[in-house]
Ligand binder design. Structure first.
Ligand SMILES: CC(=O)CC(=O)C(=O)O
Length: 237
């Protein structure tokens, strides 16, 4: 009998990958989950009440990742691109219904990330009760720095997180200010989705989010991790 080799209809292209400190291999990205309003001060600056509304989840496509400090083209259909610096964790193991006490062990590595947001589209979607995808899940919306494998202590629970635009400090807080810890985020997320190796989780941004323009240089950092540096460049013609 003739064997049928199943070929894809077209070349699906490479999976996005991230560099890892001290390792020759790269981390293949499967999905990107994000946490909204995980710092009380940011929830307030967005008009929310952190005492009444718990954090929540949304996603970006894996190919929104911007790796290796590449430039970010200013996206179309917005007049208000904004920065949101975040701790990003990269899962080396998956699972579902993970208890909080075991959740940290799923984390392979961590990095600095920026959840770029078309704030004007987000505000319009919120007002109309519509989804946020056009505001959050656009091309080049997820710059991520080099991954640092976690040690036996697991993912970071404290330390300064900050972001500067053209040298001006815009965001600064401590990871200890997160409403849900990394372990709590993973445990909660694993009740909603089957988590798997390759998943990235953006763990929420502190207050001080603000607008970006073509030509801006962004420096973002978290104590103990390699800073992320990227530039906003003119829109793709
Ligand atoms: C209001 C937001 O933009 C949600 C978000 O991305 C965050 O809080 O982080």
């Amino acid at each position: 009998m003739q064997s049928l080799a199943i070929q894809p209809l077209f070349d699906p292209g490479p999976r996005p990958t991230l560099a890892i400190v001290g390792r020759p291999e790269r981390f293949p990205v499967r999905r990107i989950y994000c946490v909204g309003r995980n710092y009380a001060a940011h929830a307030r600056e967005m008009g929310g009440d952190p005492d009444r509304e718990p954090p929540f989840f949304f996603q970006k496509p894996a190919d929104a990742v911007v790796a290796d400090g590449a430039d970010v083209p200013y996206p179309p259909r917005t007049d208000d691109l904004q920065h949101e610096v975040e701790l990003v964790v990269a899962l080396g193991r998956g699972g579902r219904n993970i208890p909080v006490a075991e959740a940290g062990a799923l984390v392979f590595a961590q990095a600095v990330g920026i959840d770029l947001t078309r704030r004007d589209l987000q505000a319009a979607a919120r007002k109309a009760g519509k989804p946020w995808d056009t505001a959050k899940a656009f091309d080049h919306s997820a710059p991520v720095g080099i991954l640092h494998p976690v040690g036996p202590a697991g993912p970071l629970t404290r330390g300064r997180i900050w972001l500067a635009v053209n040298g001006d400090r815009r965001q600064q807080a401590d990871l200890a200010d997160m409403t849900w810890s990394v372990a709590e985020v993973i445990a909660e997320l694993s009740t909603l989705f089957d988590l798997a190796p390759g998943d990235l989780i953006f763990t929420g941004t502190p207050s001080g989010v603000g607008s970006l323009l073509p030509g801006d240089r962004i420096d973002a950092g978290i104590d103990g991790l390699e800073p992320l540096v990227t530039r906003i460049v003119p829109p793709v013609a």
